[in-house]
Write a protein that binds this ligand. Structure first.
Ligand SMILES: [Zn+2]
Length: 535
């Protein structure tokens, strides 16, 4: 039997003890209705949702001021009844989804009311920031550094008109464009936490004056001075602290000071430790040098930067050209620039707090001064020239370098990629892979292609020879290199891809490739006759 949605919804609401205050008339698009749901008290609620129903309904207290002192109720009366994670409700089951949402919202309100009656405001104080951001006039400002009392903060301010200014960013004054007006920000930790303003209360000065009084004599003194002020407050929550700001103007007449043009702002934490903590990793105090910043090296640099490595040294003498575009992380806007300069710019812009150094010379030039590598713990070799990397490995073992070497390279046509990490004094190195295959041939034990086959292509003449592999293959290999760098271990890893493209070109793959397709290698690679690492 067909049941009109309005009727079905009325029935679903009745089943949870709720009644719409007016006849329901739902339609495609935005819907809104009010209801009374009775539990320990009668909750007068407003429900809004869109049809088709792809996100859960929003539920508000019909009179937001009734939310005073209730946790999980915003300044506008919106009830936070779901964390919106992993929701997979049936969008066609509108009546039951709405009734479910109302029941959940009422349960949240009842719980908050019990806590309020018991004088327990911890949950409310813990979500102070969320409440603050729900004030309609509140806007968000990025804060580039964790605020501490010792460091003066500045605001980059844009004057919108004679009576209204807007803060664009907060920092210690270094990142602010010299042409934009810069204003002092007073950072004011509050010893004893204040309750958020009840609906509509902020612009009445009582709440702000009380906040300033709580913040102490410095705040009181500044707030009495004629002119515009920017205050950033911090107060403790169960974990960490709540940060919230106010820009206001003090107008003095005689001995009386009046606070006016009160505008709240919230902060977006934009400093490195905080941003990394959100990814579940912490800053890795490690300096990594990357020799060779091509398709593979540039991706290694990018992945290490996002993984929390705090310092990179990029070594490459080459300029970025059009030929690199679809294999490199840099794009057309970098053509003609030194790869290392363009990468430094790209990585530092994207990752606040990351330090990138550059060297525009060859590997040999960088390595000839040992002081350059002393500052780093790991040297990544992504030169695409295994002979050069063998040479560097031999030198590292002969001179007992304290740095770990991590070499990564790609096989053509998506066959796979390899990474080997080694350290002087530990057996197993790049040279081991070449031992016993015959000195006359530059082949290695772990090669995926049977030696002696022509794979490099040439679209424009001998100078334009290249080994075909895609950005995807470079990325997959880069991930293996980065995992090896971050794990801090030594050893050999590889990934073996689909051989179809290589076979279609008439190429033959090795047994080792077949083996690695089925089972990732995990055996030691040290060769007892290795001239480099065996003692
Ligand atoms: Zn070896």
């Amino acid at each position: 039997m067909y049941v009109p949605i309005d009727q079905a919804l009325t029935a679903a609401l009745a089943s949870i003890g709720a009644n719409a205050t007016a006849p329901l008339n739902l339609e495609r698009g935005r819907n809104s209705f009010e209801l009374v749901a009775t539990d320990s008290v009668a909750w007068h609620l407003k429900v809004t949702f869109e049809l088709p129903l792809t996100v859960l309904p929003s539920i508000f207290l019909a009179a937001p001021a009734e939310g005073e002192g209730l946790a999980h109720v915003s300044y506008t009366g919106c009830i936070c009844y779901s964390d919106h994670e992993g929701e997979g409700f049936d969008p066609t089951n509108v009546e039951n989804v709405v009734a479910f949402a109302v029941a959940r919202a009422v349960a949240v309100l009842e719980d908050s009311l019990r806590k309020k009656h018991a004088g327990d405001f911890q949950a409310l104080l813990d979500e102070f920031e969320g409440y603050w951001h729900s004030i309609p006039d509140c806007y968000m400002v990025p804060l580039a550094t964790a605020p501490v009392a010792e460091n003066q903060l500045y605001a980059q301010v844009q004057q919108i008109h004679s009576k209204r200014a807007r803060i664009l960013a907060l920092d210690q004054g270094i990142g602010i464009d010299a042409k934009t007006p810069r204003r002092k920000v007073h950072f004011l930790p509050i010893a004893s936490a204040v309750m958020p303003p009840a609906n509509g209360e902020l612009l009445q000065n009582g709440w702000l004056q009380n906040l300033i009084d709580q913040a102490g004599p410095v705040a009181q003194h500044i707030s009495k001075q004629h002119g515009s002020h920017i205050f950033l407050f911090a107060q403790a929550r169960t974990e960490g602290e709540s940060l919230f700001g106010v820009m206001f103007t003090t107008v003095r007449s005689g001995s009386h000071a009046k606070l006016t043009r009160v505008h709240p702002f919230g902060v977006q934490r934009a400093w490195r430790d905080y941003l990394l903590a959100r990814t579940g990793v912490s800053q890795v105090k490690q300096c990594v040098a990357i020799i060779g910043c091509g398709a593979l090296g540039s991706r290694v640099a990018e992945q290490l930067a996002t993984s929390g490595i705090d310092e990179l040294i990029l070594i490459d003498f080459d300029y970025f050209s059009y030929d690199n575009i679809y294999r490199h992380i840099l794009g057309r806007n970098s053509v003609g620039q030194r790869k290392v300069y363009a990468l430094k710019h790209e990585l530092e812009i994207k990752h606040p707090g990351l330090l990138v150094h550059t060297f525009t010379g060859t590997a040999e030039q960088w390595l000839c001064d040992p002081a350059r590598r002393q500052v780093c713990q790991t040297i990544v070799l992504t030169t695409g020239q295994l002979a050069l990397e063998r040479e560097i490995t031999q030198q590292a073992f002969a001179e007992c370098w304290s740095q770990r070497l991590v070499s990564g390279w790609l096989e053509p046509l998506g066959l796979g990629g390899h990474v080997i990490a080694s350290k002087a004094g530990v057996s197993g190195c790049l040279e081991c892979l070449f031992t016993d295959v015959g000195c006359s041939r530059p082949d290695m034990r772990v090669a995926f292609l049977i030696p002696g086959q022509q794979v490099s292509r040439n679209l424009t003449g001998c100078g334009g020879r290249f080994v075909p592999y895609s950005a995807l293959h470079a990325t997959e290999t880069a991930l293996h290199v980065c995992k090896m760098v971050l794990a801090g271990t030594t050893g050999y890893r590889c990934w073996a891809g689909d051989p179809a493209a290589a076979i279609a070109e008439g190429l033959s793959v090795t047994r080792w490739h077949e083996r690695c397709r089925n089972l990732p290698p995990n055996e030691p690679i040290a060769h007892r006759d290795c001239p480099c690492c065996s003692s």
